[in-house]
Write a protein that binds this ligand. Structure first.
Ligand SMILES: *[C@@H]1O[C@H](CO)[C@@H](O)[C@H](O)[C@H]1NC(C)=O
Ligand SMILES: *[C@@H]1O[C@H](CO)[C@@H](O)[C@H](O)[C@H]1NC(C)=O
Ligand SMILES: *[C@@H]1O[C@H](CO)[C@@H](O)[C@H](O)[C@H]1NC(C)=O
Length: 243
């Protein structure tokens, strides 16, 4: 099948018709099928995600009071301290970090600075909650968020189903210290950070809303494993079979 201008024009009325409830139901039906297929596909792949519950419990109970996020626990962790009738958001500061493979060994300094900050905040009531997301250990979660290593993500969590604002901030990875992070919190991050938006937003994005973020995370992760020549061959086979 070849996409042509004619078929695009023909499909426009169909798109318009998708607003009609009947077609909406049809669309939801397709969406459900896509979710099932992708979910089955994902559950067959060997698990690349590493999560050490003992180490995570120690990190939480220790002086840093830091949570370690994984594909299975991130949502309940972030919602953990949120009270059902709360109207002021709970603030979570999450460092997206990595090791030699995902961050080329450049994340060490910012991770030390972040851990130090977590230690300070653990002693100060009313401080933000802190968590680490290690993309070396959690490649699927990082892919499903399309989260860049070395960035600091600040989540403002209200009780469900309120939308969640995420502010992202990058530091100079060769010079950052704990003082930079503490200062950002004191001075207010909203003028210095970016409000995160778009397709891969873990709460408000269309992928997350349709339950597709995790399957897409798996697919992107799988593509990352392919050498680029294999990727090119796949693309060429795929585009040929489309015609
Ligand atoms: C930061 O703290 C976490 C949790 O305790 C730990 O796993 C990690 O190794 C620490 N990172 C550095 C660079 O010390
Ligand atoms: C990361 O790379 C550095 C330098 O190449 C090496 O010294 C270190 O052992 C590596 N760490 C891991 C966890 O592989
Ligand atoms: C980070 O700081 C170093 C030293 O001040 C500087 O040379 C480098 O260009 C900075 N990097 C970025 C990305 O701003």
């Amino acid at each position: 099948m070849r996409f042509s201008t004619a078929s695009t024009v023909l499909s426009l009325p169909l798109l318009a018709a998708a607003d009609v409830p009947n077609y909406q139901a049809q669309f939801d039906n397709y969406l459900g099928q896509a979710q099932t297929v992708l979910g089955k596909f994902a559950s067959k792949i060997p698990h690349p995600n590493k999560y050490d519950p003992v180490a995570a419990a120690e990190a939480k109970a220790g002086a840093l009071n830091i949570d370690i996020l994984s594909l299975d626990n991130w949502k309940e962790t972030l919602y953990g301290p949120v009270k059902p009738d709360s109207t002021t958001p709970e603030e979570w500061w999450v460092l997206i970090t990595g090791g030699n493979k995902t961050c080329f060994g450049h994340c060490g300094r910012i991770e030390i600075a972040f851990n130090e900050t977590a230690g300070k905040w653990a002693l100060t009531p009313g401080s933000p909650h802190t968590a680490l997301l290690n993309c070396e250990d959690q490649p699927v979660l990082c892919n499903s968020w399309s989260a860049p290593v070395g960035a600091l993500w600040i989540f403002e969590i209200l009780p469900e189903p309120a939308p969640v604002n995420i502010w992202t901030k990058r530091f100079n990875m060769t010079t950052v210290t704990s003082d930079d992070i503490v200062e950002l919190q004191k001075e207010g991050y909203k003028s210095a950070a970016h409000l995160h938006d778009g397709f891969f937003h873990p709460f408000n994005g269309p992928l997350a809303k349709n339950g597709l973020a995790v399957p897409v995370g798996w697919v992107l992760w799988a593509f990352n494993l392919l050498p680029s020549w294999a990727f090119m061959i796949l693309v060429s086979i795929f585009s040929r079979s489309m015609m």
